[in-house]
Ligand binder design. Sequence first.
Ligand code: UDP
Length: 348
Amino acid sequence: MTPSQMASLTNQSVRTPMHALITGGAGFIGSHLAEALLARDHRVTIVDDLSTGLFENIQHLTDHPRFRFAIDTITNDMVMDRLTSECDVVFHLAAAVGVELIIDSPVHTIETNILGTHAVLRAAHRYKKKVLIASTSEIYGKNNHVPFSEDDDRLLGPTTKARWSYSTSKAVDEFLGLAYRKEKKLPVVIFRLFNTVGPRQRGRYGMVVPRFVQQALAGEPLTVYGDGRQSRCFCDVDDVVRAILGLAAAPQAIGQVFNIGSTEEISILDLAKEVLRLTTSGRRQTAEDDRITFIPYDEAYEAGFEDMRRRVPDTTKIQALLAWEPEIRLEETIRRIIDFYTAEREGA
Ligand code: UDP
């Protein structure tokens, strides 16, 4: 890459209209990112094989003059070559996600994550395009020194437990991205997403908030795994998208890894109670205890499943660079998710 090419890539800002390629763009986060980019006057192409992404997530965008989509896999080199050559920046979000999917389909997880990222980076390198790689808080494994900061050690379980293949595959993606940066000077940014929630997230692959909301709306008991005292920090997808766009626009982010997440911690049992409170307001309430059922981890996942007790990001780094912090409270996000699923149930 010539110094002038480097300078133009480094100065690339999301404030001037650009053409973004989003892999996994029909997924929950990808579809919100596509909307946000279009709202900021950019062009958007998404590529998604609809394995976990859904056409419904992007259906409302298909008539937009600056939106295009390709239903294909990112390991299709010919397609990726063309799409990458036409864009200015790649947001690589395509990945096998969700704890249940990872346990049920370990081959798919490993192949999609590692081979997919490899294909994306090779194409980006061919055309010297900036790449933002979505990674995950799973990277930290079962390290219980919260909050997790980007340079913390990773503590993983044995290879005989499928859960750890996800963390490992995403770590290989990060290594690969950083290696392309170091050795080939490709502008790469890595962001680690912590629990992200919002409308369009599905409970099918295990994610707790949509599951609880759907269970509550159906009048079914909420399935709390383990003792419910494990905790998470849930960040609204709109806040997450704002952080990703900020990183895309910041030349100083290149070659770096950033946590993105909320630092407001809640136990899963309290989350269940909050979902019940917000779904039953104005209606006759059944005793909370009758509406929560505790399920042992072995039954919920697989024998010997190890859950993370706490998962809290240290967000000092992204705050220092972008002055970013989450703005949307969990209660508001849960209300939006309730509205989303209520509309879906009513066939709206
Ligand atoms: N969980 C639960 N009931 C469910 C689904 C998940 O209690 O129906 C728990 C799960 O065991 C974990 C937490 O909720 O402790 C968050 O799960 P999720 O899969 O959403 O995210 P992750 O485990 O990846 O942080």
